[in-house]
Design a binder for this molecule. Structure first.
Ligand code: PA5
Length: 425
């Protein structure tokens, strides 16, 4: 499980002052009366999730693992980031075993799309198309292309057997397409929005295909819900209060920090969750991210000595999935023998501690640190629920509806006009 350390926050945090507000906010979540209450389904999901569908997800994941060597997960935003974050965190960036998971449908990139389609010509692939609305342009175009390739490779019937659609229970173009073509379907419940959907079929099917234990994932989420449901002293609320305090003291950006590239997509998931939930009515912290030590060689300078606009929130995992020792060399021309026999995990940890001290003591940058022993399915389930609940609380502290995203529509309107999209009948 993850633990919050806020001893480096550099400001007084008046938890007591927030108590009445938190009580009201939490009642609004638990009683489903808060703003945007049509979308509070995620809050009780670890208890209420559809156990029948959960078993079907496991069964179909097993089928995919037996029949195919590749799964193309086709979605964008909340319909893809959580699954990718969990798969990369647990399996690493160069997994050697199991079904290969590829992501498409999160971009219009002509090059990536062409290269992926070319690569898939040689693979025995299935598709998991994920879209709540069923009309998201990036995802729909990618799915149309993937479907065409699959039909050309294996014929219409086998293609339909290899397509798994996750979408709204009743409405939307994808639901219609799936029904017409007999695809296996899974449901994104109508009271759960995209960025709060990682614990539904949206995340569960790709994760199970990737060999991740989704029973453990849900058990972790259930634990986070049970702990935080009524306990306002829980880190879920402390984290929201600290962010709110720092925001009101003038910090405008929260910088998410990880120490391994395989956790970069956790940053991306957090950025979407917080950015789309809070960034409204000219309010909210701008969520940004870095992966250290890589970015210490690029953005490190700014964080240390640049404009004091940000605070850091680090996620540090104590035990890496794998480790490599620095070897001994007789000549020691690179002068690294002082590290011989030490693991890169140890070196990484010293980099983290050195950086924390530099940024806090010398740089005056407030730091929040989440630590965990290891990042496995259970911890990730815990973590996903933790941040979803804390994020909703944070948005409510700003008097904002966490569950809509009115600003996202503006670019789409312009793009559709430029593309000449016919008006809906
Ligand atoms: O959080 C959200 O609601 C969004 O990020 C959506 O997940 C994203 O836009 C994809 O939408 P859809 O699942 O309808 O294709």
């Amino acid at each position: 499980m993850i633990k919050l350390n806020y001893e480096h926050v550099l400001h007084e945090i008046d938890f007591k002052k927030y108590r009445p507000k938190l009580e009201k906010i939490n009642a609004g979540i638990n009683n489903k009366t808060g703003a945007g209450n049509d979308y509070l389904g995620w809050a009780d999901w670890p208890v209420n999730y559809d156990k029948g569908e959960f078993e079907l997800i496991k069964k179909n994941a097993q089928k995919i693992r037996e029949k195919y060597d590749t799964l193309v997960v086709t979605g964008i935003g909340g319909s893809y980031l959580g699954a990718r974050a969990a798969i990369e965190a647990i399996n690493g960036l160069m997994p050697q075993k199991g079904v290969e998971i590829i992501f498409l449908g999160h971009t219009f990139s002509p090059t990536l799309t062409a290269q992926t389609l070319d690569y898939l010509k040689t693979r025995n692939f299935a598709i998991n198309v994920i879209s709540k609305s069923g009309t998201t342009t990036e995802t729909s175009i990618a799915f149309r292309l993937l479907k065409k390739l699959l039909i050309a490779k294996v014929g219409k019937k086998k293609a339909s057997e290899a397509i798994f659609a996750t979408t709204d229970a009743k409405t939307g173009a994808l639901r219609k397409l799936a029904t017409q073509n007999g695809y296996t379907t899974f449901t994104l419940p109508s009271d759960i929005g995209g960025r709060y959907s990682v614990l539904t079929a949206v995340g569960l099917l790709p994760l199970a295909v990737a060999g991740i234990n989704i029973d453990e994932l849900m058990a972790g989420a259930l634990k986070a819900r049970a702990e935080s449901y009524q306990n306002l002293d829980h880190d879920v609320y402390k984290y929201a209060v600290i962010r709110d305090t720092l925001y009101r003291k003038g910090y405008k950006s929260e910088l998410y920090v990880v120490y391994e590239p395989q956790y970069t997509m956790i940053n991306e998931w957090l950025k979407q969750l917080y950015g789309e939930s809070e960034g409204k009515e000219k309010k909210g912290l701008f969520p940004s991210s870095v992966s250290f030590s890589t970015d210490l060689h690029s953005l490190g300078q700014f964080i240390q000595e640049g404009s004091p606009i940000l605070f850091e929130t680090t996620l540090f995992v104590d035990n890496p999935n794998q480790d490599v020792d620095v070897p001994f060399e007789n000549e020691d021309l690179d002068e690294l023998n002082y590290l011989a026999g030490k693991g890169l995990g140890f070196v990484n940890k010293q980099a983290f501690q050195g950086t924390l001290a530099a940024h806090v003591k010398d740089g005056g940058v407030p730091n929040l640190v989440f630590t965990t022993n290891k990042l496995d399915a259970y911890t990730l389930g815990y973590m996903f629920y933790f941040f979803m609940r804390s994020c909703a609380v944070s948005a409510y502290l700003l008097d904002i509806n966490p569950f809509n995203q009115p600003g996202v529509e503006v670019y789409k309107k312009n793009m559709f006009a430029l593309l000449g999209k016919p008006k809906q009948k």
